[in-house]
Design a protein around this ligand. Structure first.
Ligand SMILES: [Zn+2]
Length: 256
């Protein structure tokens, strides 16, 4: 059954676009990005905190009339035949893990994950790194269905087994407010869809990494002194504000 829109201001949202087998601007961008050299991006670099300055988190959500733009998700799933795609490792999301990337945009990371991003760590479950969504200033790209585990946090640990991974593109040229609104909106939808409370929206830093229990200072742009503090609290508050708004204004189809 289709959920009714409570608001009457606009056309229905178009929350998913499939980028493969598609023409138009997104496909053109994808083609352009596919000829860019991708080699320099190693797993360690991609997930590294980088040198990005801390981000100021907006205090208020965007007005509902602008949510259609936030709701769009471009789908660029890792092909099923890749060994780093493991659909039998099912995920029932209990947490949302937020990361940041020090370079690249969402389409580029979509390409990188399709080609495979190697993990240097011998404890890695597949020898590769993966996550569910990359958010940049202009779009959300989905790499894995939310019912499949990704490899982004703690190998065999609960971060990988129980959480959906959202990477924010925080490299040069990204406007923090745009990335943060889009990320918070996506987190809000996932919170609502999977009944995840704010306390279980966590930074990557939350998950100790076996065997020695190190914690990565990620997402660097939202941590202070390597730990979540006021800036992180403001990000979760922004996601919660969108979450409350979704109850009132915009029932959206589930993210698959
Ligand atoms: Zn991370």
């Amino acid at each position: 059954m289709k959920p009714a829109l409570v608001m009457n201001d606009s056309a229905p949202m178009a929350p998913r676009r499939r980028l493969l087998n598609r023409s138009g601007p997104a496909a053109a961008l994808l083609l352009a990005s596919s000829v860019l050299p991708l080699r320099p991006l190693q797993a360690a670099q991609a997930a590294s905190p980088g040198a990005a300055a801390p981000w100021e988190v907006p205090g208020e959500p965007l007005p509902p009339m602008r949510w259609s733009a936030l709701a769009l998700i471009d789908e660029l799933l890792i092909p099923l035949d890749r060994p780093w795609r493991q659909p039998q490792r099912t995920l029932v999301p209990r947490h949302i893990t937020v990361h940041s990337l020090s370079q690249g945009d969402a389409l580029m990371h979509g390409q990188v994950l399709m080609r495979g991003l190697r993990s240097e760590d011998p404890n890695s479950r597949t020898g590769y790194v993966s996550w569910h969504f990359t958010v940049d200033a202009n779009r959300v790209v989905q790499h894995l269905p939310v019912n499949e585990q990704a490899d982004h946090a703690d190998f065999q640990g609960p971060g990988n087994r129980e959480s959906v991974a959202v990477e924010m593109a925080a490299g040069e040229g990204m406007t923090p407010a745009q990335v943060l609104h889009r990320s918070a909106f996506l987190v809000a939808r996932l919170m609502r869809q999977h009944d995840i409370p704010a306390a279980r929206v966590v930074p990557h830093q939350h998950w100790p990494r076996p065997p020695e229990g190190a914690r990565k200072a990620c997402p660097s742009v939202l941590l202070e002194g390597g730990v979540p503090a006021e800036r992180w609290r403001r990000f979760v508050a922004l996601a919660q504000a969108y979450r409350s708004g979704l109850d009132k204004y915009r029932p959206l189809p589930p993210i698959i």
